[in-house]
Write a protein that binds this ligand. Structure first.
Ligand SMILES: C[S@@+](CC[C@H](N)C(=O)[O-])C[C@H]1O[C@@H](n2cnc3c(N)ncnc32)[C@H](O)[C@@H]1O
Length: 254
C-alpha cells in the first residue's frame, strides 16, 4: 500500500477491493472479511435482487414504456451485487468500476453464477462508441464517494450513453445536516489522513481502514447540466438518515 497523507478516493477503493470488498459495499460488520459466511453472502446478494426489482418497478411506474431490455449499465458495480440481477433482466450488462480488485471479484461472482452476458471496464471511456444505445443506466451508493465536479461529468457521460427514451437511476446525497465543526473535521480527514486513523480507532474500526468520502451533490446544478443533453423528465425518491439526505434520481432522455 502506498503511503499517503491525503485521501485518494480511487486508491482507497482499490484497498477496499483487495482487503474487504463486501464490507466496502455494505458497511455492516457481518460483511467484513473474516465474518462473512455462506448465509451472510446469500443475504448480501439477495439485497441486490430486491434493490433491482424495486428500481425497475419505479422506472415502470414513472416512465411507462421506457424500458427496453437490450442493454444496461451499472456504474460503480463493486462485486457485482446489482450487475447479477440486471443480467437476468437485460440482454447485455456493462459494469464499471475504478478498482481492478473489485472488477476481479465481480468477474469471479459472475463466473460462479454462470452469468455470461456481462462485461466490465474501469471507466466509461471504452463505451464512447456505444453512445445513444443503453436502455437503462444505474448507479447506487457510488457518487456519494466521488466529488461533485468529477461526478457531474460522469453523470453527463452516462446520460450520453442512453438511447432516446432511456432512463438512468442515480443515487446521490444532496444535503448533509451536520454542524460546522463536524463539517470541518470531515474535510480535514480527507486532506490529513492521520485524523482519519484517529477517527477509525475512536469508532472501533481498524486504524488504517481507508476513508469513504461522503460528497454532497447539487440537484439543481445537476438537472441544469443534464437539460441540454435531453433530460426533460425526472422523478426523485428522497430518503434521509442521521442528517444525510439522499436522492434516488430517475431521469429520462428525450
Ligand atoms: C459502496 S460500493 C457500491 C457497489 C455497488 N453499487 C452496490 O451497491 O453493490 C462503491 C463502488 O464504487 C466504486 N467506485 C468508486 N469511485 C469510482 C469511480 N470514480 N469510478 C467507478 N467506480 C467507482 C468503488 O470501487 C466501489 O466498488
Amino acid at each position: 500500500m502506498k503511503f499517503r497523507l491525503s485521501d485518494n478516493s480511487d486508491a482507497s477503493w482499490e484497498t477496499f477491493g483487495k482487503t474487504n470488498p463486501y464490507y466496502g459495499v455494505l458497511s455492516a460488520d457481518k460483511f467484513r472479511r473474516g465474518n462473512i459466511n455462506d448465509e451472510t453472502l446469500k443475504e448480501f446478494f439477495q439485497s441486490g435482487e430486491i434493490h433491482v426489482d424495486q428500481t425497475l418497478e419505479l422506472v415502470r411506474s414513472h416512465f411507462p414504456n421506457a424500458l427496453g431490455r437490450a442493454a444496461a449499465l451499472d456504474f460503480g458495480c463493486g462485486v457485482g451485487r446489482l450487475v447479477l440481477p440486471l443480467a437476468t433482466r437485460f440482454q447485455h450488462v456493462v459494469g464499471i468500476d475504478i478498482s481492478d480488485a473489485y472488477i476481479a471479484e465481480a468477474v469471479s461472482n459472475c463466473a460462479r453464477a454462470g452469468t455470461t452476458n456481462v462485461e466490465f471496464f474501469k471507466t466509461l471511456d471504452a463505451l464512447q462508441p456505444r453512445r445513444g444505445t443503453f436502455d437503462f443506466a444505474h448507479s447506487y451508493i457510488t457518487f456519494i464517494h466521488i466529488d461533485f465536479e468529477r461526478g457531474r461529468k460522469i453523470i453527463e457521460d452516462i446520460v450520453r450513453l442512453l438511447r432516446p427514451g432511456g432512463v438512468a437511476a442515480l443515487h446521490i446525497m444532496f444535503r448533509r445536516d451536520i454542524g460546522s465543526a463536524r463539517r470541518v473535521l470531515n474535510r480535514l480527514r480527507t486532506t490529513f489522513l492521520p485524523l482519519n486513523w484517529i477517527a477509525n480507532v475512536l469508532g472501533g474500526r481498524p486504524a488504517f481502514e481507508p476513508l469513504m468520502q461522503a460528497n454532497v451533490y447539487s440537484l439543481d446544478a445537476l438537472l441544469s447540466a443534464l437539460h441540454p443533453l435531453g433530460v426533460r423528465s425526472s422523478h426523485v425518491e428522497v430518503s434521509h438518515n442521521a442528517g444525510n439526505w439522499h436522492a434516488y434520481l430517475f431521469v429520462q432522455k428525450d
